[in-house]
Write a protein that binds this ligand. Structure first.
Ligand code: ASP
Ligand code: MG
Length: 413
Protein backbone atom coordinates (compact mmCIF):
# COMPACT_ATOMS: atom_id res chain seq x y z
CA UNK A 1 0.00 0.00 0.00
CA UNK A 2 1.38 3.44 -0.92
CA UNK A 3 0.94 6.39 1.42
CA UNK A 4 -1.80 7.86 -0.78
CA UNK A 5 -3.79 4.62 -0.99
CA UNK A 6 -3.62 4.45 2.78
CA UNK A 7 -4.83 8.02 3.33
CA UNK A 8 -7.78 7.51 1.05
CA UNK A 9 -9.02 4.73 3.29
CA UNK A 10 -8.34 6.23 6.72
CA UNK A 11 -11.25 7.28 8.90
CA UNK A 12 -10.59 8.88 12.27
CA UNK A 13 -13.28 8.15 14.84
CA UNK A 14 -13.47 9.80 18.24
CA UNK A 15 -15.47 8.38 21.14
CA UNK A 16 -16.40 10.71 23.99
CA UNK A 17 -16.20 9.96 27.70
CA UNK A 18 -19.92 9.27 28.16
CA UNK A 19 -19.76 6.62 25.40
CA UNK A 20 -16.91 4.87 27.22
CA UNK A 21 -18.20 5.03 30.77
CA UNK A 22 -18.30 1.25 31.43
CA UNK A 23 -17.03 -2.05 30.07
CA UNK A 24 -20.32 -2.89 28.31
CA UNK A 25 -20.09 0.30 26.31
CA UNK A 26 -16.45 -0.30 25.45
CA UNK A 27 -17.33 -3.78 24.22
CA UNK A 28 -20.22 -2.46 22.12
CA UNK A 29 -18.00 0.16 20.51
CA UNK A 30 -15.36 -2.50 19.81
CA UNK A 31 -17.98 -4.53 17.94
CA UNK A 32 -18.89 -1.59 15.73
CA UNK A 33 -15.19 -0.88 15.10
CA UNK A 34 -14.71 -4.49 13.97
CA UNK A 35 -17.73 -4.26 11.68
CA UNK A 36 -16.42 -1.07 10.14
CA UNK A 37 -12.93 -2.47 9.72
CA UNK A 38 -14.35 -5.45 7.84
CA UNK A 39 -15.71 -3.07 5.20
CA UNK A 40 -12.12 -2.16 4.31
CA UNK A 41 -11.74 1.14 6.15
CA UNK A 42 -8.46 1.83 7.94
CA UNK A 43 -9.38 3.02 11.40
CA UNK A 44 -7.68 5.41 13.74
CA UNK A 45 -9.67 5.68 16.97
CA UNK A 46 -9.31 8.59 19.37
CA UNK A 47 -10.67 8.04 22.87
CA UNK A 48 -11.57 10.34 25.77
CA UNK A 49 -11.28 9.37 29.40
CA UNK A 50 -14.02 7.04 30.73
CA UNK A 51 -17.13 8.87 31.98
CA UNK A 52 -16.26 11.59 34.47
CA UNK A 53 -12.83 10.24 35.24
CA UNK A 54 -11.05 13.48 34.30
CA UNK A 55 -13.19 15.33 36.87
CA UNK A 56 -12.30 12.64 39.41
CA UNK A 57 -8.61 13.16 38.73
CA UNK A 58 -9.01 16.92 39.24
CA UNK A 59 -10.73 16.23 42.57
CA UNK A 60 -8.00 13.84 43.59
CA UNK A 61 -5.36 16.50 42.94
CA UNK A 62 -7.33 18.91 45.13
CA UNK A 63 -7.55 16.35 47.89
CA UNK A 64 -3.86 15.47 48.02
CA UNK A 65 -2.75 19.11 47.91
CA UNK A 66 -5.46 20.40 50.26
CA UNK A 67 -6.84 22.57 47.45
CA UNK A 68 -3.56 24.34 46.81
CA UNK A 69 -2.97 24.81 43.13
CA UNK A 70 -0.66 22.11 41.79
CA UNK A 71 2.14 22.47 39.30
CA UNK A 72 0.68 22.62 35.78
CA UNK A 73 3.25 20.07 34.62
CA UNK A 74 2.20 17.47 37.19
CA UNK A 75 -1.47 18.25 36.61
CA UNK A 76 -1.00 17.32 32.94
CA UNK A 77 0.78 14.10 33.86
CA UNK A 78 -2.17 13.22 36.07
CA UNK A 79 -4.97 14.24 33.68
CA UNK A 80 -3.38 12.46 30.72
CA UNK A 81 -3.82 9.12 32.49
CA UNK A 82 -7.61 9.08 32.02
CA UNK A 83 -7.25 8.70 28.26
CA UNK A 84 -4.51 6.07 28.67
CA UNK A 85 -6.94 3.87 30.57
CA UNK A 86 -9.57 3.95 27.83
CA UNK A 87 -7.07 3.47 25.00
CA UNK A 88 -5.52 0.42 26.65
CA UNK A 89 -8.91 -1.11 27.47
CA UNK A 90 -10.25 -0.53 23.96
CA UNK A 91 -7.16 -2.12 22.44
CA UNK A 92 -7.43 -5.14 24.78
CA UNK A 93 -11.06 -5.72 23.87
CA UNK A 94 -10.32 -5.52 20.14
CA UNK A 95 -7.37 -7.89 20.41
CA UNK A 96 -9.36 -10.37 22.46
CA UNK A 97 -11.91 -10.37 19.62
CA UNK A 98 -9.18 -11.22 17.11
CA UNK A 99 -9.01 -7.72 15.74
CA UNK A 100 -5.37 -6.56 15.83
CA UNK A 101 -5.11 -3.23 17.64
CA UNK A 102 -2.50 -1.12 19.40
CA UNK A 103 -2.87 1.76 21.84
CA UNK A 104 -0.65 4.84 21.51
CA UNK A 105 -0.25 7.70 23.96
CA UNK A 106 0.28 11.29 22.79
CA UNK A 107 4.06 10.88 22.63
CA UNK A 108 3.95 7.61 20.72
CA UNK A 109 1.39 9.10 18.34
CA UNK A 110 3.82 11.96 17.59
CA UNK A 111 1.53 14.77 18.75
CA UNK A 112 3.82 17.77 19.29
CA UNK A 113 2.46 20.74 21.20
CA UNK A 114 3.66 24.01 22.66
CA UNK A 115 4.50 24.25 26.34
CA UNK A 116 1.26 25.69 27.67
CA UNK A 117 0.34 23.06 30.23
CA UNK A 118 -3.41 22.72 30.62
CA UNK A 119 -4.25 24.33 27.29
CA UNK A 120 -1.49 23.31 24.92
CA UNK A 121 -1.84 23.87 21.19
CA UNK A 122 -0.81 21.23 18.69
CA UNK A 123 2.15 22.39 16.60
CA UNK A 124 2.46 19.33 14.34
CA UNK A 125 1.93 15.60 14.27
CA UNK A 126 4.61 13.19 13.10
CA UNK A 127 2.52 10.32 11.82
CA UNK A 128 5.25 7.73 11.09
CA UNK A 129 4.42 5.43 13.98
CA UNK A 130 0.68 5.58 13.30
CA UNK A 131 1.22 4.82 9.61
CA UNK A 132 3.53 1.91 10.37
CA UNK A 133 0.93 0.39 12.71
CA UNK A 134 -1.76 0.85 10.08
CA UNK A 135 0.48 -0.92 7.57
CA UNK A 136 0.61 -3.85 9.99
CA UNK A 137 -3.17 -3.92 9.60
CA UNK A 138 -3.79 -2.77 13.15
CA UNK A 139 -6.57 -0.55 14.42
CA UNK A 140 -4.71 2.31 16.09
CA UNK A 141 -6.23 3.56 19.34
CA UNK A 142 -4.91 6.97 20.33
CA UNK A 143 -5.31 8.63 23.72
CA UNK A 144 -7.02 11.97 23.01
CA UNK A 145 -6.50 15.28 24.81
CA UNK A 146 -2.71 14.91 25.10
CA UNK A 147 0.59 15.55 23.38
CA UNK A 148 4.10 16.48 24.39
CA UNK A 149 6.22 19.58 24.39
CA UNK A 150 9.63 20.12 22.82
CA UNK A 151 11.28 19.26 26.11
CA UNK A 152 9.45 15.91 26.14
CA UNK A 153 6.92 16.73 28.84
CA UNK A 154 3.33 15.55 28.64
CA UNK A 155 0.84 18.30 27.86
CA UNK A 156 -2.96 18.39 27.70
CA UNK A 157 -5.05 20.43 25.28
CA UNK A 158 -7.65 21.85 27.68
CA UNK A 159 -10.94 20.32 28.84
CA UNK A 160 -12.90 18.77 26.01
CA UNK A 161 -9.67 18.67 24.00
CA UNK A 162 -10.01 15.22 22.48
CA UNK A 163 -12.27 16.59 19.70
CA UNK A 164 -9.29 18.71 18.72
CA UNK A 165 -6.98 15.66 18.89
CA UNK A 166 -9.28 13.78 16.52
CA UNK A 167 -9.58 16.58 13.97
CA UNK A 168 -5.83 17.30 14.07
CA UNK A 169 -5.04 13.60 13.52
CA UNK A 170 -7.49 13.40 10.63
CA UNK A 171 -5.79 16.38 9.01
CA UNK A 172 -2.26 15.08 9.59
CA UNK A 173 -3.20 11.64 8.23
CA UNK A 174 -5.11 13.22 5.32
CA UNK A 175 -8.03 11.02 6.30
CA UNK A 176 -11.30 10.79 4.40
CA UNK A 177 -13.15 12.30 7.30
CA UNK A 178 -13.33 12.66 11.04
CA UNK A 179 -16.25 11.08 12.88
CA UNK A 180 -17.21 12.22 16.37
CA UNK A 181 -19.35 9.79 18.36
CA UNK A 182 -21.15 11.13 21.38
CA UNK A 183 -24.33 10.74 23.44
CA UNK A 184 -26.51 12.98 21.28
CA UNK A 185 -27.52 12.24 17.71
CA UNK A 186 -26.13 15.34 16.05
CA UNK A 187 -26.67 19.07 15.74
CA UNK A 188 -30.21 20.41 16.19
CA UNK A 189 -32.04 23.47 14.87
CA UNK A 190 -32.33 24.61 18.47
CA UNK A 191 -32.03 23.21 21.97
CA UNK A 192 -34.52 20.30 22.04
CA UNK A 193 -35.10 20.94 25.75
CA UNK A 194 -36.50 24.38 24.89
CA UNK A 195 -38.46 23.45 21.79
CA UNK A 196 -39.72 19.95 21.12
CA UNK A 197 -40.09 20.48 17.38
CA UNK A 198 -36.32 21.03 17.14
CA UNK A 199 -34.99 18.73 14.46
CA UNK A 200 -31.66 17.24 13.60
CA UNK A 201 -29.72 19.04 10.88
CA UNK A 202 -28.35 16.78 8.10
CA UNK A 203 -25.62 19.14 6.94
CA UNK A 204 -24.21 22.35 8.26
CA UNK A 205 -21.21 24.37 7.16
CA UNK A 206 -18.26 25.23 9.38
CA UNK A 207 -19.16 28.89 9.89
CA UNK A 208 -22.71 28.09 10.92
CA UNK A 209 -21.46 25.35 13.21
CA UNK A 210 -19.12 27.77 14.94
CA UNK A 211 -22.08 30.04 15.67
CA UNK A 212 -24.17 27.08 16.80
CA UNK A 213 -21.55 25.20 18.80
CA UNK A 214 -23.76 25.49 21.86
CA UNK A 215 -26.48 23.31 20.35
CA UNK A 216 -27.06 19.58 20.71
CA UNK A 217 -23.72 17.87 20.34
CA UNK A 218 -21.36 20.17 22.16
CA UNK A 219 -18.34 20.23 19.90
CA UNK A 220 -15.27 22.05 21.04
CA UNK A 221 -15.19 25.26 18.91
CA UNK A 222 -11.43 24.93 18.55
CA UNK A 223 -11.86 21.63 16.73
CA UNK A 224 -14.33 23.21 14.32
CA UNK A 225 -11.99 26.09 13.57
CA UNK A 226 -9.22 23.61 12.89
CA UNK A 227 -11.44 21.52 10.61
CA UNK A 228 -12.61 24.64 8.81
CA UNK A 229 -9.07 25.91 8.18
CA UNK A 230 -8.09 22.55 6.72
CA UNK A 231 -11.39 21.67 5.11
CA UNK A 232 -11.73 18.39 7.01
CA UNK A 233 -15.36 17.22 7.10
CA UNK A 234 -16.67 16.13 10.51
CA UNK A 235 -19.54 13.73 10.98
CA UNK A 236 -21.21 13.97 14.40
CA UNK A 237 -23.39 11.08 15.44
CA UNK A 238 -24.64 9.09 18.40
CA UNK A 239 -22.47 6.15 19.48
CA UNK A 240 -25.26 3.73 20.19
CA UNK A 241 -27.99 4.75 17.74
CA UNK A 242 -28.35 3.74 14.13
CA UNK A 243 -29.91 7.00 13.00
CA UNK A 244 -27.96 9.43 10.83
CA UNK A 245 -26.04 12.27 12.43
CA UNK A 246 -24.94 15.68 11.13
CA UNK A 247 -22.22 16.34 8.58
CA UNK A 248 -20.22 19.53 9.20
CA UNK A 249 -18.35 20.56 6.10
CA UNK A 250 -17.11 23.46 4.00
CA UNK A 251 -19.86 23.33 1.40
CA UNK A 252 -22.11 26.29 0.79
CA UNK A 253 -25.64 26.12 2.05
CA UNK A 254 -26.80 29.06 -0.05
CA UNK A 255 -29.21 26.93 -2.07
CA UNK A 256 -30.85 25.45 0.98
CA UNK A 257 -34.59 25.66 1.14
CA UNK A 258 -34.20 27.17 4.58
CA UNK A 259 -31.96 30.23 4.73
CA UNK A 260 -31.92 29.95 8.52
CA UNK A 261 -30.11 26.94 9.93
CA UNK A 262 -30.87 27.25 13.60
CA UNK A 263 -31.34 29.24 16.76
CA UNK A 264 -28.49 29.23 19.26
CA UNK A 265 -29.11 30.02 22.91
CA UNK A 266 -26.66 30.96 25.61
CA UNK A 267 -27.74 31.32 29.23
CA UNK A 268 -26.23 33.08 32.25
CA UNK A 269 -25.36 36.30 30.47
CA UNK A 270 -24.94 39.52 32.41
CA UNK A 271 -24.31 43.07 31.28
CA UNK A 272 -22.26 45.97 32.51
CA UNK A 273 -23.03 49.56 31.54
CA UNK A 274 -20.46 52.22 32.24
CA UNK A 275 -22.42 55.47 32.26
CA UNK A 276 -21.17 58.98 31.59
CA UNK A 277 -17.74 58.45 30.11
CA UNK A 278 -15.90 61.02 28.10
CA UNK A 279 -16.09 60.36 24.35
CA UNK A 280 -12.43 60.27 23.37
CA UNK A 281 -9.91 57.80 21.92
CA UNK A 282 -8.72 55.04 24.25
CA UNK A 283 -11.88 54.70 26.32
CA UNK A 284 -12.93 51.25 25.06
CA UNK A 285 -9.40 49.94 25.32
CA UNK A 286 -8.97 51.45 28.78
CA UNK A 287 -12.10 49.71 30.07
CA UNK A 288 -11.60 46.33 28.44
CA UNK A 289 -7.84 45.82 28.71
CA UNK A 290 -7.89 45.08 32.46
CA UNK A 291 -10.58 42.46 31.81
CA UNK A 292 -8.71 40.71 29.02
CA UNK A 293 -5.55 40.75 31.14
CA UNK A 294 -7.51 38.67 33.66
CA UNK A 295 -8.81 36.28 31.01
CA UNK A 296 -12.39 37.61 31.16
CA UNK A 297 -13.93 37.49 27.70
CA UNK A 298 -16.34 40.20 26.76
CA UNK A 299 -19.02 39.37 24.24
CA UNK A 300 -21.55 41.87 22.87
CA UNK A 301 -20.26 45.46 23.01
CA UNK A 302 -22.38 48.56 22.41
CA UNK A 303 -21.30 52.18 22.64
CA UNK A 304 -23.89 54.89 22.21
CA UNK A 305 -23.12 57.91 20.04
CA UNK A 306 -22.22 60.76 22.32
CA UNK A 307 -24.35 63.64 23.53
CA UNK A 308 -22.39 66.71 24.73
CA UNK A 309 -19.15 64.73 24.58
CA UNK A 310 -20.46 62.08 26.96
CA UNK A 311 -21.34 58.51 26.14
CA UNK A 312 -22.33 55.17 27.70
CA UNK A 313 -20.50 51.91 27.11
CA UNK A 314 -22.25 48.55 27.60
CA UNK A 315 -20.98 45.00 27.24
CA UNK A 316 -22.02 41.48 28.17
CA UNK A 317 -20.00 38.86 30.02
CA UNK A 318 -20.80 35.54 31.57
CA UNK A 319 -22.55 35.83 34.94
CA UNK A 320 -19.68 34.12 36.75
CA UNK A 321 -17.30 36.94 35.73
CA UNK A 322 -19.59 39.81 36.74
CA UNK A 323 -18.22 40.67 40.19
CA UNK A 324 -14.62 40.49 39.12
CA UNK A 325 -15.29 42.60 36.01
CA UNK A 326 -17.07 45.42 37.87
CA UNK A 327 -14.29 45.48 40.44
CA UNK A 328 -11.67 45.77 37.71
CA UNK A 329 -13.51 48.64 36.07
CA UNK A 330 -13.90 50.49 39.36
CA UNK A 331 -10.20 50.18 40.12
CA UNK A 332 -8.78 50.99 36.66
CA UNK A 333 -7.23 54.44 36.42
CA UNK A 334 -7.45 55.37 32.70
CA UNK A 335 -11.16 56.06 32.17
CA UNK A 336 -13.24 58.46 34.23
CA UNK A 337 -16.95 57.64 34.42
CA UNK A 338 -20.06 58.56 36.30
CA UNK A 339 -21.43 55.17 37.41
CA UNK A 340 -21.68 51.47 36.66
CA UNK A 341 -25.03 49.75 36.19
CA UNK A 342 -25.19 45.96 35.98
CA UNK A 343 -27.90 43.55 34.85
CA UNK A 344 -28.24 39.83 35.44
CA UNK A 345 -30.65 37.08 34.38
CA UNK A 346 -30.07 37.63 30.69
CA UNK A 347 -29.70 35.25 27.76
CA UNK A 348 -28.43 35.46 24.24
CA UNK A 349 -30.59 34.22 21.38
CA UNK A 350 -29.09 34.06 17.89
CA UNK A 351 -30.63 33.35 14.52
CA UNK A 352 -27.94 31.62 12.45
CA UNK A 353 -27.79 30.90 8.72
CA UNK A 354 -25.54 31.46 5.74
CA UNK A 355 -28.65 32.14 3.66
CA UNK A 356 -29.19 35.45 5.48
CA UNK A 357 -26.05 36.83 3.88
CA UNK A 358 -26.88 39.73 1.59
CA UNK A 359 -30.62 39.27 2.04
CA UNK A 360 -32.24 42.09 3.97
CA UNK A 361 -35.35 41.60 6.02
CA UNK A 362 -34.36 38.86 8.42
CA UNK A 363 -33.54 41.22 11.27
CA UNK A 364 -36.78 43.14 10.85
CA UNK A 365 -38.75 39.90 10.77
CA UNK A 366 -36.99 38.63 13.88
CA UNK A 367 -37.64 41.84 15.84
CA UNK A 368 -41.28 41.87 14.76
CA UNK A 369 -41.82 38.31 15.99
CA UNK A 370 -40.26 39.19 19.33
CA UNK A 371 -42.32 42.33 19.72
CA UNK A 372 -45.53 40.41 18.93
CA UNK A 373 -44.72 38.34 22.02
CA UNK A 374 -43.88 41.43 24.08
CA UNK A 375 -40.26 40.39 24.36
CA UNK A 376 -38.13 43.41 25.08
CA UNK A 377 -34.74 43.42 23.35
CA UNK A 378 -31.90 44.62 25.52
CA UNK A 379 -29.07 44.63 23.03
CA UNK A 380 -28.57 43.67 19.38
CA UNK A 381 -25.52 42.56 17.47
CA UNK A 382 -25.04 40.94 14.08
CA UNK A 383 -22.49 39.18 11.92
CA UNK A 384 -22.88 38.26 8.24
CA UNK A 385 -24.59 35.00 9.12
CA UNK A 386 -26.08 35.76 12.54
CA UNK A 387 -28.50 38.13 14.28
CA UNK A 388 -28.19 38.13 18.05
CA UNK A 389 -30.42 39.65 20.70
CA UNK A 390 -29.85 39.87 24.42
CA UNK A 391 -33.13 39.37 26.28
CA UNK A 392 -34.32 38.52 29.78
CA UNK A 393 -33.90 34.79 30.44
CA UNK A 394 -37.58 34.49 31.31
CA UNK A 395 -38.39 35.36 27.66
CA UNK A 396 -36.12 32.76 26.10
CA UNK A 397 -38.64 29.97 25.78
CA UNK A 398 -41.33 32.06 24.12
CA UNK A 399 -38.74 33.71 21.86
CA UNK A 400 -37.25 30.42 20.70
CA UNK A 401 -40.65 28.79 20.14
CA UNK A 402 -41.94 31.63 18.01
CA UNK A 403 -38.76 32.16 16.02
CA UNK A 404 -38.42 28.44 15.38
CA UNK A 405 -41.91 28.34 13.92
CA UNK A 406 -41.80 31.63 12.00
CA UNK A 407 -38.58 30.71 10.22
CA UNK A 408 -39.91 27.22 9.34
CA UNK A 409 -37.25 25.41 11.30
CA UNK A 410 -39.81 22.84 12.39
CA UNK A 411 -40.41 21.75 8.80
CA UNK A 412 -38.38 18.82 7.58
CA UNK A 413 -36.15 19.47 4.58
N1 ASP B 1 -11.12 13.85 29.17
C1 ASP B 1 -10.93 15.23 28.86
C2 ASP B 1 -12.00 16.07 29.51
O1 ASP B 1 -12.88 15.53 30.15
C3 ASP B 1 -10.86 15.49 27.39
C4 ASP B 1 -12.13 15.22 26.61
O2 ASP B 1 -13.05 14.60 27.11
O3 ASP B 1 -12.21 15.65 25.47
O4 ASP B 1 -11.97 17.25 29.42
MG1 MG C 1 -15.05 14.64 27.97
Amino acid sequence: MGRKDISERIIVQKYGGSSLSNSDKIQKIAQSIIKKKNTGDLLVIVVSAMGNSTDELVKLANVVTGNKSSSPREMDVLLSTGELVSSALMSMVLNSNNCAAVSLNGIQAGIHTDLTHGSARISNIKTDRIISEIKKDKVVIIAGFQGFSEGGDITTLGRGGSDTSAVALAIALRAKRCEIYTDVEGIYTTDPRLENSARKIKEINFNEMLEMASLGAKMNPRSIELASLNNMPIYVSSTFSESDGTLIHGGKNMEDINPITGIAVEHNVSKVSVIGIEDKPGVAAGLLKPLSDQGISVDVIVQNSSVNGNTDFTFTISESDLNKATELIKTQKTVIFNKIVTGVGLSKVSLVGTGMQNSPGYAAKMFKILSNENVNIDMITTSEIRITVIIKSSFVEVAVKNLHKAFDLDKLN
